[in-house]
Design a protein around this ligand. Sequence first.
Ligand code: AQP
Length: 331
Amino acid sequence: TPRIFSGIQPSGGLTLGNYLGALKRFAAEQDKMQTVYCMVDQHAITVWQDPEALRRQTRELAAGFIASGIDPQRSILFNQSQVAEHAQLGWIFNCVARMGWMQRMTQWKDKAGKNAQNASLGLFAYPALMAADILVYHATHVPVGEDQKQHVELTRDIAQKFNHDFGVDFFPEPEPVIEGAATRVMSLRDGSKKMSKSDPSDMSRINMTDDADAIASKIRKARTDPDALPSEVKGLEGRPEARNLINIYAALADMSVDQVLAEVGGKQFSEFKPMLSDLAVDKLAPIGQEMARLMANPDEIDAILRKGADQAREIAAPILKKTYDIVGMVR
Ligand code: AQP
């Protein structure tokens, strides 16, 4: 049976990139198949997290999911550390994945940088735990942004090697689902860098909790080139900042890039930017307000996550047991 799994790290505030690349699409999947969505707190601690901040960020992320339209009645919504099966299957996959595979991961290379000797062992192993997150539910579809494609491909490699090593047909090979105009939202300050929660410059990103003034000012100051907007897609070639703002507009308005350019082609940025910020405020402000309302009730959020964890465990526990039997663990 088809099943969706995806996760987001509670490693900081949510950005417009997380919303358009992940959350907005997670909400749209709910009617198509069973959906399992996770706040991956164990991934977040692969880099240092202050404990109080981690607790706050996990609850804020849960509020972000719900405010974006993920309904805990229709989706399983929980945080990773409450379902021990993720880490347990993760260990098995640490023994299936090869060092060389992990070394090739571009996110590892980017995040560890030149100081790899000082990175945590968890940061290196993170894609094997991510494979466990997905496969402990036998998930078949993984909606993600462009930046996570390589990790989902690694998940397929791990599933394949496990099945091959043990001579079974047990784990499915999940498909990355990368769709829409905003699979890679870029920094507002640099069209060659992705928009990221951990970018030191707050002006580089729109946070889901930004108010209307902050959104407008960040879009007004977003880097652009001096030319007018083109009326066809090929006119965006070599113009990463223009392309990014058009992609954001298209994704927020549920339009194609062609449709947007048919409307705004010929306009200067001075005219387009206020249109974009009105649209962004229109779409994001209600989500930010709903997040604030939910955050005022942390006990309610914790209860939702506990219930979600119970539902998740019901699926994960038998799959882990079967895995242990295949591997030869006595129980
Ligand atoms: N800029 C982006 N454009 C489109 N999708 C994005 N995603 C993240 N940034 C963009 C998607 O959001 C989901 C959750 O990402 P994550 O929090 O698990 O990890 P990340 O990709 O490392 O996100 P950040 O914001 O860049 O966090 P930091 O700065 O901590 O590394 C994923 O589906 C991701 O593709």
